[in-house]
Design a protein around this ligand. Sequence first.
Ligand code: ATP
Ligand code: MG
Length: 215
Amino acid sequence: MKGTFFITGIDTNIGKSYATGWLAREWNSKGIKTITQKMIQTGNVGHSEDIDLHREIMGIPFTPEDKERITFPIVYSYPASPHLAAEIDDRIIPIEKITESTRILQSRYDVVLLEGAGGLMVPITRRYLTVDYIADQKLPVILVTSGRLGSINHTLLSIEALVNRNIPLYGMVYNTFPKTDERIDKDTEEYLKTYLNEHFPQAHFWTLPEIALHR
Ligand SMILES: Nc1ncnc2c1ncn2[C@@H]1O[C@H](COP(=O)(O)OP(=O)(O)OP(=O)(O)O)[C@@H](O)[C@H]1O
Ligand SMILES: [Mg+2]
């Protein structure tokens, strides 16, 4: 197994980082050499809290690529959408730096899991969306969703955006955290699994457990 997968979610705070760290841990344990990258980190200075979290979940120390900041090539201080965070820090987003970092990681690992910021329609610049980057780079997508009320709607809308741009859906991660209404939880998982089976029979479906970190 080789390649770069783009990890997106139906919304910010849906569990992309947890899903990314968990998939990386699972695949590494199966002998698939997997590294993670954060496309654009906002709300930090000099590190990426998402990469920190990936490593914690993977149970590994920072990699040489983390120390060289290849895994988080772009960091803005203001916790906002990338387009706004870049404007506030007065630094234009060097999109080619993201691509170059992924290329380096791909040359050293079997799999790169590239975590986006927020969801598919998040602007990178005022004229360029996250989904445009995914389409330009021809990356297969792993979509993170959950049983939160409203998520069936957000999930199907996200899938429509992928289909619109001919972006392959590689798989879906159903995050069981946070536990909400048990009936809605169970039904949402069932609904999405069936939907995927019918419309994307090749796509994977993973159920992400609640992960307790030892802090
Ligand atoms: N499977 C899980 N087990 C335990 N806690 C979780 C899980 N999924 C999400 N969380 C909690 O929800 C928060 C948000 O999850 P996460 O950071 O993965 O979201 P995200 O989609 O990556 O957000 P962002 O858009 O900021 O990158 C986490 O800080 C954690 O507290
Ligand atoms: Mg994240």
